[in-house]
Design a protein around this ligand. Structure first.
Ligand code: NAD
Length: 255
């Protein structure tokens, strides 16, 4: 039996990077997974590769109706929803002086409002199904400590840290069988990191060398390092864990 047998998950942003890796490991651990991503071509490819226990749904996390439709699709395809990984996100390397209103609005719409929509729609469904359920939200080290170069990103990820705790308290007060936690990755080598290196005018080697120095453990993370955090939080092994901010960051935030 896998660690996630009988779980049915929506994983947002699962067409690449941390989300894709999480979907692959969830399937290995016995879950059924909806690959929910805006990128239809890549998302369909991942779902096809993962076989009958995966299905693709085109979701824009910043669109409320898309969320309602995605949860309905999940129930129709796999019978229920027990698990939500709110992983989709975008990043801009812009400080407070450089950030445009459009960049601010877009970052908040996807990284923060999308998490609110997902949690609200998922909780409405999960509270009715009688199963042990779990929600994990992607925050960041930059949802715990700030970096001047990522102004809007810090704002939205910081909000996710406390939205998670408020939702966990609500579920507890209502005696719902829904745990809610946030995950705070350090720098992880994914397409987002490659984009960030490009925005910073660096090769990936220069980027790695700069950011390794900031992680006391002496190396950067891999998508698997974060995916196994999601596996743990989503499994019944984490039955007593709710409202927690799990840093997976090579001691970045220990400094
Ligand atoms: P990535 O850019 O490689 O992948 C993000 C995925 O989200 C893509 O498949 C993209 O199509 C999808 N997406 C973007 N906007 C969307 C939308 N509106 N609706 C649905 N899907 C959308 O990113 P990643 O590095 O795998 O990061 C995943 C999450 O982890 C993000 O929330 C990110 O902020 C967070 N994170 C990443 C790092 C890192 O170093 N990579 C560090 C800390 C936190």
């Amino acid at each position: 039996m896998g660690r996630l047998t009988n779980k049915v998950a929506i994983i947002t942003g699962a067409a690449q990077g941390i989300g894709e890796c999480t979907a692959r490991i969830f399937i290995k651990e016995g879950a059924k997974v909806v690959i929910a991503d805006l990128n239809e071509e890549a998302g369909k490819k991942v779902a096809a590769d993962l076989g009958a226990n995966a299905a693709y749904f085109k979701l824009d996390v910043s669109n409320y109706q898309n969320w309602v439709d995605c949860v309905a699709f999940t129930k129709k395809t796999f019978g229920k929803l027990t698990t939500l990984i709110n992983n989709a996100g975008i990043s801009y390397r812009k400080d407070i002086a450089e950030t445009t209103i459009q960049e601010w609005d877009r970052t908040v719409a996807i990284n923060q409002t999308g998490v609110f929509y997902g949690m609200q729609v998922a909780i409405a469904e999960m509270r009715t199904n009688g199963e042990k359920c779990s929600i994990a939200n992607a925050s960041s080290i930059e949802g715990l400590v700030a970096e001047a170069a990522f102004f809007a990103y810090c704002g939205a990820k910081g909000a996710v840290t406390l939205m998670t705790k408020a939702a966990a308290l609500y579920c507890g007060e209502q005696r719902l069988k829904i745990r809610v936690n946030s995950v705070h990755p350090g720098y992880i080598i994914t397409p987002m990191a490659y984009d960030d290196a490009k925005q910073n005018g660096q090769t990936i080697d220069e980027y790695n060398a700069e950011f390794i120095k900031k992680h006391p453990i002496g190396y950067l993370g891999e998508p698997e390092d974060i995916a196994y955090g999601y596996v743990y939080l989503s499994s019944d092994e984490a039955n007593f864990i709710s409202g927690t901010a799990l840093s997976i960051d090579g001691a970045y935030t220990a400094q």
